[in-house]
Ligand binder design. Structure first.
Ligand code: PNW
Length: 511
């Protein structure tokens, strides 16, 4: 095992070529966290980028933060956020069409009608992925392109789109990772079933998942059932800020949550039944990570316990096949109704786990209470990105992966989303100096490399996102992309972080 600590210690020398680095770290607020960033050493100018033909500096990895051989670098997007073509080729409406067209729901009243026009520009975007030295791409499938009414007769033109796109990825040496549900529920199922409030939606999802596995598993080897169950249930059915905009009472919310985990389990079974042998199934959940406030054996244990409880209604029941005692006790009379058979389905064995991690849920310490841990409140001055929910805490990536292995014995882990939003000012000569994103990446990936160096089986990393896109209720003003999107012309402009990501993917190391 490599001694990570000593690597860090021996690389604290400042790079005189990068004056002002301290200043931008201050801007990003990271110095407040006492984080050290490994120096980026830029040497000679002799390598050419494939896309723009401009000279790019060669980068030397000086700090030894190398990922395991075969580690997959990739980026992620989701259908409603990038595709556009909302009314083309027989696509049915989704709850996000309805929600975004309801005045006052989305900042600026933006909607995804056009988005990044990925539906027409996918070939161009696949070249962008290739130019990042990425070997994988996580996309999602719009359920209502395939089944415009959620169930019934499939729409061939919708399927053809994903089939063409997958072929194009493979022709360019990029491995497709397909997500079956990234929140764009067919509106017809919201109308007919009240969406996730009904078990029928879970069953319809499994039918659609099985159909997609049958059609694409000759080429797509990794399927994710649902993306971020916590987010679409809590924000969509609990807080009313995401589609379909409901604020359900507790008992109904618990039941909707149960239907989402059931949908996952039924879909796993359907994919196994209909997919080619060797098809791998998992999910992409934004697990809520408890980070030990400092690393003592007691705090580490407390952070593990906390993580298991934070995720009790989602990842924990999926991985363990039971709701924890504490979860059921807290829910009391509002607890979901379920059967033993459903719990078995929900916990069907998975081939891998995808975890989306942006921030710690909480810093945690050991406590002599019933739970065995306590959450420490974040300081008001704790830095965030321009997304105010994103409390910055690079260690969440290390602990998220490590807890996932330790708690549930997962043998194949992917970071299916990690990224940050910034102000991303475009200069007159079309440059975006996103120093905050570079600092973010360096610090988070240093923590991820710590995990792999200790043997945590993280097999790949998908940056969210390839391009700026429709950031749900925040509309187009919040930018997470490596490429800047000019929404007037739909031009994709590389931010500085494109060069950084490209160099890291090439070296398979943190730079
Ligand atoms: C995730 N929160 O969403 C999604 O999977 C992506 O579609 C999204 O664009 C990305 O993260 C960046 O936001 C989240 O409020 C949205 O805690 C909101 C929250 C978390 C995740």
């Amino acid at each position: 095992m490599k001694n990570h600590q000593s690597d860090e210690q021996s690389n604290k020398t400042e790079n005189p070529g990068l004056t002002g680095r301290r200043d931008f770290m201050k801007t990003a607020g990271l110095t407040a966290l006492g984080l050290s960033a490994a120096p980026l050493i830029i040497t000679s100018c002799n390598s050419k980028s494939e896309t723009d033909g401009k000279q790019e500096p060669a980068v030397t990895n000086s700090n030894g933060l190398v990922f395991p051989k075969g580690f997959l670098w990739g980026t992620a997007t989701a259908s409603y956020q990038v595709e556009g073509a909302a009314n083309e080729d027989g696509r049915g409406k989704s709850i996000w069409d309805t929600f975004s067209h309801t005045p006052g729901k989305i900042l600026n009243n933006d909607n995804g009608d056009i988005a990044c026009d990925f539906y027409h520009k996918y070939k161009e975007d696949i070249q962008l992925i290739k130019s990042l030295n990425a070997k994988s791409y996580r996309f999602s499938i719009s359920w209502s392109r395939i089944f415009p009414e959620g169930t019934g007769t499939p729409n061939q033109k919708g399927l053809d789109f994903y089939s063409r796109m997958v072929d194009e990825l493979l022709a360019n040496g990029i491995e497709p990772f397909g997500t079956l549900y990234h929140w764009d529920l067919p509106q017809a199922l919201q109308d007919k079933n009240k969406g996730w409030q009904s078990k029928d939606t879970a069953k319809a999802f499994a039918d659609y998942a099985g159909y997609m596995a049958e059609k694409l598993s000759d080429r797509v080897k990794h399927f994710f059932t649902l993306n971020e169950l916590w987010t679409f249930i809590q924000l969509g059915y609990g807080d009313g800020v995401f589609a379909p905009g409901l604020k359900l009472p507790a008992a109904e919310l618990y039941q909707a949550r149960h239907h989402a985990v059931l949908a996952h389990g039924l879909a796993v079974e359907a994919i196994r039944a209909k997919g080619k042998a060797g098809t791998k199934v998992g999910l992409a959940e934004n697990i809520k990570v408890g980070v030990p406030v400092f690393e003592s054996p007691e705090n580490i244990k407390a952070a593990e316990t906390a993580t298991r409880e934070f995720n009790a209604g989602y990842m924990t029941v999926i991985m363990e096949g039971k709701y924890t005692d504490s979860f059921l006790k807290k829910a009391g009379a509002d607890a979901p109704k379920f059967t033993a058979e459903e719990l078995k389905t929900i916990s069907s064995p998975l081939d891998f786990c995808g975890i989306n991690i942006y921030n710690p849920e909480a810093y945690v310490q050991a406590a002599a209470n019933e739970d065995g841990f306590e959450k420490i409140p974040f300081a008001k001055s704790h830095p965030t990105s321009t997304s105010k929910w994103q409390i910055l805490g690079p260690e969440s990536l290390y602990w998220g992966a490590r807890h996932t292995q330790k708690l549930w014995n997962v043998k194949e882990i992917y970071i299916t989303e990690n990224g940050t939003s910034g102000t991303d000012e475009l200069t007159a000569d079309k440059k975006v100096y996103d120093t905050d994103r570079i600092t973010f990446l360096r610090n988070y990936l240093t923590q991820l490399q710590r995990a792999t160096s200790e043997g945590v089986p993280v097999k790949g990393y998908f940056y969210w996102s390839l391009v700026d896109n429709f950031e749900w209720a925040s509309g187009y003003g919040t930018r997470f992309g490596l490429y800047y999107m000019d929404y007037k012309t739909l031009e994709r402009i590389p931010k500085l972080s494109v060069s950084y990501f490209r160099a890291m993917a090439e070296k398979n190391a943190v730079l």
